[in-house]
Design a protein around this ligand. Structure first.
Ligand SMILES: N[C@@H](CCC(=O)N[C@@H](CS)C(=O)NCC(=O)O)C(=O)O
Length: 213
């Protein structure tokens, strides 16, 4: 049985949405961030970084959202959540997964939690402003990609694991002066992903209040 250590709206949403899409049996393990459950000895044995999510299946204990995504798509090829290995589409799938994990995800984390990087108020303010500008630049990149006319998904015709990852990051931007949902192509794209039953189930299981993005 799969166990997914999660906290609502955290990066654990991505594997949660994928597991729902694939239709696996699993248990959601609530990890109370405010009680510092993710810094407990037991949790640190699973992920020494003290970060959510953690995915567990039998002897396999995995952290890092992108790694969990890749494992899920490999382990369940029938769900078709990534293009065939060795194809150009697969290469673009890797590119977007890494871009989400190493560019947009950290920029949004910096915007939402600048206080993790500095304590002096003026520095925190500056970090937040820089992160806001960076998020905007990055949203321009994904908006342009979606505007190239492919669609309806980030890789074109085929829905894949990068789509729920992008949706979660769009959601994280919802309190920003210019949220992702207001971009001409990203907004409709995120709303399309939200129409998928698996996505709606995951959002509801995390008790997330609407509007979701
Ligand atoms: N690179 C990690 C980042 C995970 C991460 O930053 N998780 C956040 C929630 S979105 C967390 O656990 N934060 C708690 C903390 O920083 O104490 C991944 O992709 O899984």
């Amino acid at each position: 049985m799969i166990k997914l250590y999660y906290y609502p709206s955290y990066a654990s949403m991505v594997p949660h949405m994928l597991i729902e899409e694939i239709g696996l049996d699993y248990e959601l393990v609530f990890t109370d961030r405010y009680a510092n459950a993710h810094k407990s000895e037991a949790f640190l044995r699973l992920n020494p970084n003290g970060l959510i999510p953690v995915f567990e299946e039998g002897d396999l204990v995995l952290y890092e959202t992108a790694a969990i995504c890749l494992h899920l798509v490999d382990r369940h090829p029938g769900a078709c959540l990534a293009p065939a290995v060795g194809t150009a589409d697969r290469a673009h799938f890797y590119k977007w997964l890494m871009w989400l994990a190493t560019a947009l995800h950290p920029a949004l984390s910096m915007y939402l939690h600048p206080d993790k990087w500095a304590s002096e108020r003026s520095v925190v303010t500056q970090l937040k402003a820089s992160a806001e500008a960076k998020v905007s630049d990055l949203l321009n990149v994904i908006d342009a990609e979606l505007g190239k006319g492919g669609g309806p998904w980030l890789l074109g015709d085929a829905y894949s694991a990068v789509d729920p990852y992008a949706l979660m990051l769009c959601r994280w931007s919802r309190g920003m002066p210019r949220p992702a949902s207001s971009w001409p192509h990203v907004g409709p794209y995120a709303r399309r992903i939200l129409e998928r039953p698996a996505i709606r189930r995951a959002f509801r299981q995390e008790y997330l209040a609407e509007p979701w993005i």
